[in-house]
Design a binder for this molecule. Structure first.
Ligand SMILES: Cc1cc2nc3c(=O)[nH]c(=O)nc-3n(C[C@H](O)[C@H](O)[C@H](O)COP(=O)(O)O)c2cc1C
Length: 506
């Protein structure tokens, strides 16, 4: 009897959990569908005069993009006509006809625009030809435009909110007038996001349709809560390395099933010593791996007396004991969709994956996603041999003996013909070549003809997409220069515009 009762309770609990998961998925799907409906398409609004509200985002890791989706949704729910798109897709002709514009933009590099806005900066913000306003490339005049800017940034950078400020200044210099003072959010500060929301409320109050729902009714506006995850395993991948210790970590949720994410997404982790300042890490696995994998290098901070101690977040993640996270210990974590680095429309293209150091994490997730896909039964027999692998990894580190992370699995996939791996070790040169270190950009230049074949589709496969993950300093800039030389400036720009050149750099 007791057994039956227990079974019934268990079944009821199981059904309850399933319902919660189902409702959560329904809501997430509905939110994604709403955002999709707004993307690139004007939603017919019933506002007086039918003014179209343009909501644009410039985002590297998706925070500005998510806030722009929520902003667009709020306006739409209030009965306003809305168009949502990346700032990089805003054309000169569009801009000249716009009356209302809301910009949510982050800052990267040293006060620069995110990659997706590079076209806008180059073609519009840096346009010369002031002397002759009739010229096609003259900076536009925007007297009819009223706009608002939400600038995302991080106060620890010298050029705080550099791009948001530059965009604001540029719009005003072109004759546009601000609807309200620029709002700056230091590391997504809730107080700043609240001010943005209040400004939206005011705009909606003034322009929205009576009776329509507005900001207050919006679901999913808040950042999703952190969840408790358990560190299931940790492995030191580079003992004896000249570089900082690199660890492979595996997390599973403390309760419930593994949530869904895609290759390219990020995990945000809050470290006990730094509440409210979560750190982003590229996820190195896909859900089919059964756990969330991270690749973390222990960094060191120099103290006032010249001695160095482990970095707050990386130190905690990579050490057990009192000041660290032990295996079976708990970490508070949330997943962040990073649409700019997902496969998206590149799902059936070959991938060229370029990175260094722990940048291998994001690239490994893409490789694993493809292997999971290829392991599933295919409706059509896949072409065997002939055209060769559809994944090409070009990975740079220091020493072959210590720093070839995931060597066994990568080599196994290479042996199966699924993957081409080019290892580039910078400190393996013969003594005579010392001082001429070899990095991924050199490997790219050496393989230029093959790279062109991959990208143009000359191998009998669709043209490849290029993904770069790793350090901005040194690697990403040099890789970009090498790609420009190999493929030509215009073609590389075209690839970026088509979403076939994507970067996750830090
Ligand atoms: C490599 C890197 C460089 C950054 N440079 C700056 C900067 O110069 N100024 C600034 O205010 N914020 C800077 N940030 C912080 C981002 O702007 C901030 O994290 C923002 O919330 C990211 O939004 P997104 O997810 O929409 O790209 C930088 C972040 C990274 C990872």
């Amino acid at each position: 009897m007791k057994f039956v009762q227990a079974l019934l309770v268990l079944l009821a609990y199981g059904a309850f959990c399933a319902l919660i998961v189902w409702r959560h998925r329904q809501r997430a799907r509905a939110a994604a569908q709403r955002a999709q409906a707004l993307l690139h398409s004007a939603v017919p609004g019933s506002s007086a005069g039918g003014t179209l509200w343009w909501v644009v985002h410039a985002s590297q890791t998706g925070q500005a993009e998510a806030l722009a989706e929520q902003t667009a949704q709020a306006l739409h729910s209030a009965g306003l006509a809305v168009r949502l798109l990346p700032l990089g897709r805003l054309r000169r002709e569009d801009l000249q006809g716009i009356e209302r514009l809301l910009c949510i933009v982050s800052t990267y590099g040293e006060g620069d625009a995110p990659d997706s806005a590079a076209v806008f900066v180059r073609d519009l913000m840096e346009a010369r030809g002031q002397a002759d306003a009739q010229r096609a490339d003259a900076p536009p005049r925007l007297e009819a435009l009223k706009f608002g800017v939400l600038a995302l940034g991080d106060l620890s950078y010298a050029q705080y909110c550099g791009f948001g400020r530059a965009l604001d200044d540029w719009l005003q210099a072109r004759g546009a007038s601000p609807l309200f003072e620029r709002i700056e959010a230091d590391r997504m500060a809730p107080s700043a996001l609240l001010r943005w929301r209040e400004q939206l409320g005011t705009l909606i109050g003034a322009h929205g349709v009576a009776g329509a729902s507005g900001v207050a009714d919006l679901p999913d506006w808040e950042t999703p809560p952190l969840q408790a995850w358990t560190l299931r395993a940790r492995r030191h991948l580079n003992p004896g390395s000249a570089g900082g210790p690199v660890h492979h970590l595996e997390f599973v949720p403390e309760q419930g099933a593994l949530p869904v994410w895609e290759a390219g997404d990020l995990a945000q982790i809050e470290v006990p010593g730094a509440p409210g300042v979560p750190r982003d890490y590229s996820i190195a696995s896909v859900p089919a791996d059964g756990a969330l994998h991270l690749l973390v290098r222990q960094t060191r901070r120099t103290q006032a007396d010249g001695s160095s101690i482990p970095g707050l977040a990386s130190g905690w993640l990579t050490a057990a004991g009192e000041h660290g996270l032990s295996v079976k210990g708990r970490a508070m974590l949330r997943l962040r969709a990073h649409s700019a680095f997902r496969q998206g429309a590149n799902a059936s293209r070959p991938l060229i994956l370029i990175g260094n150091g722990t940048g291998l994490a994001g690239l490994r997730a893409h490789i694993r996603a493809r292997l999971v896909q290829s392991a599933q039964p295919q409706p059509q027999p896949q072409p065997v041999g002939g055209a060769g692998p559809t994944l090409w990894l070009i990975f740079g580190e220091r020493h072959a003996a210590t720093d070839a992370y995931y060597r066994e699995e990568l080599q196994a996939w290479a042996a199966q013909g699924l993957l081409r791996v080019d290892w580039v070790f910078s400190r393996e040169q013969a003594p005579a070549q010392l001082g001429q270190r070899r990095y991924v950009q050199h490997a790219l230049r050496d393989a230029a003809p093959e790279l062109r074949d991959w990208v143009t589709g000359a191998r009998g496969q669709p043209g490849a997409a290029i993904y770069v993950c790793g350090s901005l300093q040194g690697m990403a800039g040099e890789v970009d220069a090498a790609l420009r030389d190999i493929l030509g400036e215009t073609d590389l720009r075209q690839l970026a515009d088509e979403g076939r050149y994507r970067r996750d750099v830090y």
